[in-house]
Write a protein that binds this ligand. Structure first.
Ligand code: ADP
Length: 186
């Protein structure tokens, strides 16, 4: 099963992706987590992207696409995965499509988590994960970048008729239950 979980910052992508990963026994690939861990470990990649994440900007497409392509070569992704935070631009979505085609694979589901904007801001400011980009200005910037760069990805997948909208409000369990009714039984 190959799944994309999509939505604005604060929509709960990471939380739901972890639950899906457990329930369906597929690895969770979060580009944001990869970047944060690289920054924490002061790797070459971390040094390259730190200022970008702190500013709430996007890491250049080529870097992200190369990273995901390399990561997906790992055997553990052979039977499927859940992508969280990728693709985040139409360029990334097209590159990912090409990658699937090249490997003769298809996407099982594209899940769009929907949460009202005011709730997104409140959630992020109260989640207290200590992320350096989780300030009021940081969140506003990421939401702006989301609307401008990331939302068009919805149209891209919408044209393929692949988007499943999921109400992202309510308890973590409620949201997860909505997701499991969409995904095929494993
Ligand atoms: P959130 O959705 O809460 O903003 P993420 O963990 O998904 O958090 O992403 C954090 C940051 O990592 C983004 O603001 C961006 O700088 C960078 N990033 C993550 N994924 C991508 C991607 N696919 N393309 C470009 N930048 C990315």
């Amino acid at each position: 099963m190959r799944i994309i979980i999509f939505g604005p910052p604060g929509a709960g992508k990471g939380t739901q992706a972890s639950l899906i990963s457990e329930e369906y026994d597929i690895p969770h690939l979060s580009t944001g987590n990869i970047f944060r861990s690289a920054i924490k470990n002061k790797t070459e990649l971390g040094k390259e992207v730190k200022a970008i994440l702190d500013a709430g900007d996007l890491v250049p497409d080529e870097k992200v696409v190369d990273l995901v392509e390399e990561e997906l070569k790992n055997d553990k992704y052979e039977d499927g995965y859940i992508l969280d935070g990728f693709p985040r631009t139409v360029v990334q979505a097209k590159a990912f499509d090409d990658l699937l085609k090249k490997n003769g694979e298809t996407l099982t589901a594209f899940l769009q988590l929907q949460v009202p904007e005011q709730e997104l801001i409140e959630r992020i400011l109260s989640r207290g994960e200590g992320r350096s980009d989780d300030t009021r200005d940081g969140v506003k910037k990421r939401l702006k970048v989301y609307r401008e760069e990331t939302e068009p990805v919805l149209e891209y997948y919408g044209e393929k008729g692949a988007v499943h909208k999921v109400d992202g409000t309510g308890s973590i369990e409620d949201i997860f239950n909505r997701i499991t009714t969409i995904l095929p039984d494993n």
